[in-house]
Design a protein around this ligand. Structure first.
Ligand SMILES: Nc1ncnc2c1ncn2[C@@H]1O[C@H](COP(=O)(O)OP(=O)(O)OP(=O)(O)O)[C@@H](O)[C@H]1O
Ligand SMILES: [Mg+2]
Length: 681
């Protein structure tokens, strides 16, 4: 059990927690939420012992094993697999102890005690899961999106984002009683995210996870801790439940506040009126006391809401961009170029809002980086419209910030660099005002960026992008680190943006709310994606299954080196023809005439019409299945407790009925999915 009693936590002059009390029970799955800069990461520092409370009491069982994601970038020649196996600290400890004992044993082979200890250590090693440590580690690595042939590559050979995924895998590898995850989804794509959700759902210990992703939180937590105005409140439910309860609470608080204000006014009137009269003075006195003693209901301080807008672009070229017969990829020293995408023929028009989808490592960022001029095309042409002004936001963008400089210094530098081309000159006052509109006010404009929270940094990068007045926004995972209010502000601003938008994001809510069309990057191609995000989720599951099967084959083949090499080569090959045919959603024909496109569109629409009622039925069946499943779990849990016989009989009857219903629903579900497939053909 973790308990906080009247805890005070500070960071320099900021008071982040002031008298916070809360209890977390063993086995609970807790979502820790709150605005950017509220103090969530700081609270983790308290949990892991790197920071001490400035007041009050904090306690946690001493024997608890803690697992958390190391924040540093790993620098090692170890293979990905070995690195992740190393995350199992229990195994590592036992191995070390064993090595020591073996050494002692070699020196004194006749010592009976050492012999016994050695035997004991071997048993412990087996209990710690030594035999399957490697496959366990590899399942984690593959689950997080790595390819089979990457399992044995050195950690150093991966890019930053991928090394952080290895850190995550290492934390998951560690057997633990308490798992602390600070925004674990930031470096993940949608498919790795879905995998992580299902992994966490099976985790048995106590888990506390910081996240701004509503759907992720809903999937993995059942308790929510909210940091707000230096207080810590506990809600018994996942994120959606928390929102509901909080809305209700706020409404009640508002009513209570209004009522109390009435009462105060009444008392005050009484006091004012009677305090002059000697005969009533005593009564007035007691009212004054009552007023003083009254525990004041706080007024609802609406948290400073935040909104911003992109400036109207100076001009909007049309087309923005056209790409013909292009190949994208990476030029390598002394080696042939690594081709990721071929036959790319696309144009991007004014006002389009494109969501770019694709599984891990298929080339979304390659596409985006090439358009952003970070790298050249390997073949073909990318023609830019006249006056194209790209606003590019990438994950690495946060590294572009200078840790020692303040937001104001960043803006001064930016304004100076753009100064030559810009019409207006900006004074420091303007820049402060501009930063203020992005919620950097007071001391914060002077705070070194290095000490700011993740969300605060991301907000600064966003502000700097808006300042540049782009007409094409190229956003690669822009919502990482941003709290929900800021995400909503971003979604609103993007919806009002007059230029063109290209967005890569694992934030399903954002994709849904701002994109009208989707591109799919996969198997070496860029195609239109005909379908919605639910179709996409299914596509990802299929892809993941395919990857797993490839992995399994590779695993089976490791017995013979040659077979393994073939399998790995197959898994590595990006060319679509080298892979088993899988149901990629309607790849668009390479060249299609206008009529063909119209026909396709018609077809698509008819298909969607046919599918609609089936999908609705499916959704209903799924919802009912979920509800019945939950009830079944509840009843099973109840039956696990000692119960009076009458209740046992009743629960048993209900359980039977539920089982039958679920069976029926599963039948129906299968039938419906079959039908859906038939219409899709
Ligand atoms: N060394 C420091 N000096 C001054 N302020 C600091 C320092 N370290 C942190 N802060 C401030 O303390 C606040 C809390 O930071 P913390 O990283 O805990 O926030 P968070 O809730 O994790 O936010 P986010 O959602 O953005 O990650 C922030 O406003 C941050 O700027
Ligand atoms: Mg944080």
């Amino acid at each position: 059990m973790i308990t906080l009693k009247n805890v005070v936590l500070r960071r320099s002059s900021k008071v982040l927690l002031d008298g916070a009390s809360v209890t977390i029970n063993p086995g609970e799955k807790v979502g820790l939420v709150g605005r950017n800069g509220a103090g969530k990461s700081t609270l983790f520092a308290l949990f892991n012992g790197s920071l001490h409370e400035d007041g009050g009491d904090f306690s946690m069982p001493r024997q608890w094993r803690l697992a958390q994601v190391a924040q540093n970038m790993p620098e090692t020649e170890e293979t990905a697999t070995d690195f992740v196996v190393g995350g199992d600290t229990r195994l590592a400890e036992i191995r070390q102890a064993l090595a020591d004992l073996e050494h002692k044993h070699a020196e004194a082979p006749d010592d009976h005690d050492i012999g016994m200890e050695l035997a004991h250590a071997y048993t412990e090693l087996a209990d710690a899961g030594e035999h399957d440590a490697v496959p366990r580690a590899q399942a984690l690595i593959l689950g997080l999106g790595f390819k089979v042939h990457e399992l044995d590559q050195p950690v150093n050979s991966f890019s930053g984002g991928w090394r952080m995924r290895l850190q995550l895998a290492r934390a998951l590898m560690c057997p633990s009683d308490l798992l602390l995850l600070d925004e674990p989804t930031n470096h993940l794509d949608l498919d790795a995210l879905v995998w992580l959700e299902s992994w966490l759902q099976r985790y048995a210990g106590t888990m506390i996870v910081i996240s701004h992703d509503r759907e992720f939180l809903d999937a993995v937590t059942d308790v929510t801790l909210h940091i707000e105005q230096a207080g810590l409140n506990r809600y018994g439910g996942n994120y959606s439940k928390f929102e509901e309860m909080r809305a209700l609470q706020m409404e009640q608080q508002q009513q209570a506040y209004a009522k109390q204000q009435d009462k105060i006014a009444h008392l005050q009137k009484f006091i004012d009126r009677f305090k002059a009269k000697a005969s009533k003075a005593k009564q007035a006195q007691s009212r004054v006391k009552a007023l003083e003693r009254m525990e004041k209901v706080a007024p609802l301080l609406a948290e400073a809401d935040f909104s911003f807008e992109f400036k109207e672009p100076d001009n909007i070229p049309n087309p923005m961009l056209s790409i013909s017969d292009a190949a994208f990829g990476y030029v390598q020293e002394d080696e042939p170029a690594k081709v990721i995408l071929t036959g790319v023929n696309r144009s991007v028009l004014a006002g389009q809002r494109i969501g770019i989808l694709g599984a891990n490592g298929q080339g979304k960022s390659t596409l985006v980086k090439t358009i952003a001029r970070e790298m050249g095309a390997l073949a073909g042409t990318v023609t830019e419209g006249k006056g194209l002004n790209i606003g590019y936001f990438a994950q690495q963008e946060l590294d572009v910030l200078h840790p020692a400089s303040s937001p104001l210094e960043h803006m001064v530098r930016l304004a100076r660099d753009l100064g030559a081309s810009s019409r207006e000159r900006s004074t420091e006052q303007d820049l402060r005002g501009f930063l203020g509109s992005f919620n950097f006010s007071g001391d914060m404009v002077k705070q070194p960026v290095g000490t700011m929270s993740g969300g605060e940094k991301a907000r600064l990068v966003l502000a700097m992008m808006v300042w540049q007045r782009p007409n094409l926004l190229l956003l690669d995972e822009p919502t990482n680190h941003l709290d929900l209010a800021t995400r909503e502000a971003l979604a609103v601003a993007l919806n009002e943006f007059e230029g063109t938008l290209m967005l890569v994001s694992h934030d399903r809510a954002l994709l849904r709310s701002v994109c009208d069309e989707f591109w799919l990057v996969g198997r070496g191609k860029v195609t239109d994606f005909d379908g919605d995000l639910d179709d996409y989720q299914r596509y990802l599951l299929d892809e993941a299954k395919r990857q797993r099967e490839l992995a399994k084959e590779a695993g089976r083949a490791t017995a013979t080196a040659t077979a393994s090499a073939t399998a790995t080569a197959a898994a590595a090959a990006p060319a679509p023809e080298a892979q088993a045919p899988a149901p990629a959603p309607a790849p668009a024909p390479a060249v299609s005439s206008r009529e063909q496109r119209q026909l396709d569109a018609q077809e698509r629409q008819q298909r969607q019409e046919r599918q609609k009622p089936i999908k609705r039925e499916l959704a209903k069946a799924e919802a009912r299945m979920a509800a019945a499943g939950t009830e079944r779990e509840q009843i099973e849990a109840r039956l696990a407790q000692p119960l009076p016989p009458a209740e046992i009989a009743e629960a048993g009857k209900r359980l039977k009925a539920l089982n039958e219903e679920i069976e029926g629903l599963e039948e129906l579900w299968l039938k419906l999915t079959d039908e859906l497939e038939a219409t899709g053909a």
